[in-house]
Design a protein around this ligand. Sequence first.
Ligand code: C2E
Ligand code: CA
Ligand code: CA
Ligand code: CA
Length: 283
Amino acid sequence: AKNAGKNQYAMFTSALREDRLERTRLTIGLRRALAGGELVLNYQPVVDLASGDIRKVEALLRWNPTGSRPVPPDVFIPIAEESGLIVPIGTWVLEQACRDAGRWYERHGVSVTVNVSGRQLREPDFAETVLDILARHGLPEQALVLEITESMLLATTPAETARIIAALATLREHGVRVALDDFGTGYSSLSYLRTLPVDILKIDKSFLPPSGHADHHQMRAFTKAILELSASLGLNVIVEGVETPEQAALLQQMGCPQAQGYLFSPPVAALQVDGLLAVTPWQ
Ligand code: C2E
Ligand code: CA
Ligand code: CA
Ligand code: CA
């Protein structure tokens, strides 16, 4: 038994070592990825449930390392955050998204939403960087939505929290909108809603009933409560992860304005967005 314990411990430490090695490998790869043009943005439409029109597109980062398989965002984003690489990568994402979004906003009134991590928001010049990028690409502030999560406030000091809130307030004064992503997945979503200056709530897909379930009672109650709360706070709502026509119908019936999910479109390349917009003209 003693030996078995020892073996387990050896396996455990070697797994940790491999994990660290893998992270180091990915960090080095990611540093090269930015310069080497291995990063691309895909965009997923956000639709108006009543009309089916595309209202926004969410920029989602993809990493396709030369000569190996794509690395999923859930793997490389945390590594980019830990290494600080998320700051230059995030700036690149904002630049690229604003470059692509110009024609979509001009021709179709479609806004672009960009995920930003807490690490980026804590940079002292974050608001200026964003406004500068918008100005350089000639994109109106109203065309940009920044997606933040409540988890980005978890490890911050009160001074950092205050700085983040100030940066968001500055951006909102200029017309940039802020969306609270993954709403409902944290432990204290409601208290963050009181603290953070936001315009839009993105309700997490875990609030949707699994496909094929007849009893939507609980989900209905939760979603209804969130929709009512949002309306009384003057917030816009997007429900994420809509995969079936039943889910979409239920949401529409409950008065949910906008939704996003595989039912409408998976994330696609920028060129494909042009195609989607061409067949679903704006108003
Ligand atoms: P997120 O911001 O919550 O993005 C939504 C995720 O759900 C995306 O995963 C999207 O592809 C996926 N999704 C869309 N529709 C459906 C659906 O109908 N069903 C299901 N099951 N999933 C759906 P993705 O692209 O793998 O991104 C994962 C996460 O990585 C994002 O979650 C976001 O937190 C992060 N991320 C992606 N791009 C960026 C970025 O540019 N910057 C930062 N900081 N984070 C990013
Ligand atoms: Ca998001
Ligand atoms: Ca989300
Ligand atoms: Ca997420």
